[in-house]
Write a protein that binds this ligand. Structure first.
Ligand code: SAM
Ligand code: SF4
Length: 366
């Protein structure tokens, strides 16, 4: 029989939990809390980055070369990542979890992590909703097992359906693999399969309409995303970016769009029904020009175990070393709640003092 030793005291020199601010609401008698902040928002949606590695090199996300991967010992192992997921759901009120990266399909234990997560019950007694954001490479071969593990939804990134442009944009000649995976995801019934397209000035504006036609014909829901200042620093200029208004104008030139009737809630995409494709929808995510920070319900866990309360946060709360030095579930939950309590009201991209985060998007988890 295996004996499990529980470390009850913090070893000398080990990191200590950040001090909880005096105004942090206390945990309930059963140890549960909400991931609230000072502006009244409550995080229910957790983004978990399962690796910082990737098999593409999208120009808006990664440099062509020179980005070093985190050493394995610095990343959360299976036991650590599933422990934090359990704490998030059982103690902190998280109700849905999206796995991302880097490229999450590169994580060997992905199906096991999804199965573990799907078996947890939320504070409302429901199964946790699980989702995946992926570049799609290899998804066709894995989609059945991921579905079986409990995966509820998938977002596949595709910025062009022109093979040459895909090759220059992602620095890899893999368009046909992604298109195969989109078909496989639709066939697996992961509906609606969502497609994410980032629009960049002078790069893929001409793809807006062809991409829309392609996705509408497949029954996939395409969402255009404004490019954000998260990739290589020379890649983004506020004055040159393609805005949601520019994207919508192009779409309105081709399609008859009416605002979708369902309430938007904390969903980032403004959705439009497309008269020419009954039942078809297109979405536009104005992350920069019409930020939805006031409705944000997200918390983020990086591959190396840090909590980020915002994509654009300039500080993070490392839980990994706290966990490795023997912190209890309650201590980890308090450190996580403290991190979220300090969330700023908005991303501040338009503020003169805005600083791009040090971590690239691939390491934060998009
Ligand atoms: N590798 C997976 C993928 O590409 O879907 C998951 C990680 S990726 C960082 C997550 C999402 O972030 C993708 O949809 C990608 O297009 C988006 N993304 C990356 N860099 C971005 C940027 N600078 N601005 C806006 N979206 C970005
Ligand atoms: Fe990789 Fe996704 Fe970044 Fe592209 S957007 S380089 S696929 S992590």
């Amino acid at each position: 029989m295996t004996t499990h030793l529980t470390l009850l005291t913090t070893p000398p020199g080990a990191p200590s939990a950040p001090t909880a601010p005096a105004d942090l609401p206390p945990a309930a008698a059963d140890g549960t809390r909400r991931l609230a902040d000072r502006y009244g928002r409550v995080a229910r949606d957790l983004r978990v980055s399962l690796t910082d590695r990737c098999n593409l090199r999208c120009t808006y996300c990664m440099p062509a070369e020179g980005l070093e991967w985190l050493p394995t010992e610095q990343t959360l192992n299976f036991a650590e990542v599933t422990r934090l997921i359990r704490i998030a759901v059982e103690l902190l009120g998280i109700r849905q979890i999206r796995f991302t990266g880097g490229e999450p399909l590169l994580r060997r234990e992905l199906a096991e992590i999804i199965a573990f997560t799907s078996a947890l019950r939320t504070d409302e007694g429901r199964a946790v909703q699980t989702a995946l954001t992926t570049n799609g490479l290899g998804l066709d071969k894995k989609v059945a097992s991921l579905r079986e593990a409990g995966l509820n939804r998938v977002n596949i990134s595709l910025d062009t359906i022109d093979a040459e442009r895909y090759k220059s944009l992602t620095r890899r000649d893999r368009l046909h693999h992604v298109l195969r995976s989109i078909d496989a995801a639709v066939d697996a019934g992961l509906s609606p399969v969502k497609i994410n397209a980032v629009v960049m000035p002078g790069v893929n504006e001409d793809d807006i309409v062809p991409l829309a036609r392609y996705c509408l014909a497949k029954g996939a829901q395409l969402r255009f995303i404004e490019q954000m200042p998260l990739g290589p620093r020379e890649q983004w200029k506020r004055s040159e970016m393609v805005t949601a208004a520019d994207i919508l104008a192009r779409l309105q030139g081709e399609f008859t769009l009416t605002p979708a009737s369902e309430p938007r809630g904390s969903a980032p995409a403004a959705k439009w029904d497309v008269a020419e494709y009954p039942g078809g929808q297109l979405g536009v995510i104005a992350s920069v020009t019409e930020s939805f920070c006031g409705d944000c319900d997200r918390s983020r866990l990086t591959t190396d175990g840090a909590i980020r309360n915002c994509l654009f946060a300039n500080s993070e709360t490392p839980l990994r070393d706290l966990m490795r030095s023997g912190a209890s579930d309650a201590e980890l939950a308090t450190a996580w709640a403290t991190a979220m309590w300090g969330k700023l009201p908005g991303h501040g991209i338009d503020d003169p003092g805005f600083l791009q985060p040090d971590r690239p998007m691939s390491a934060i988890g998009g």
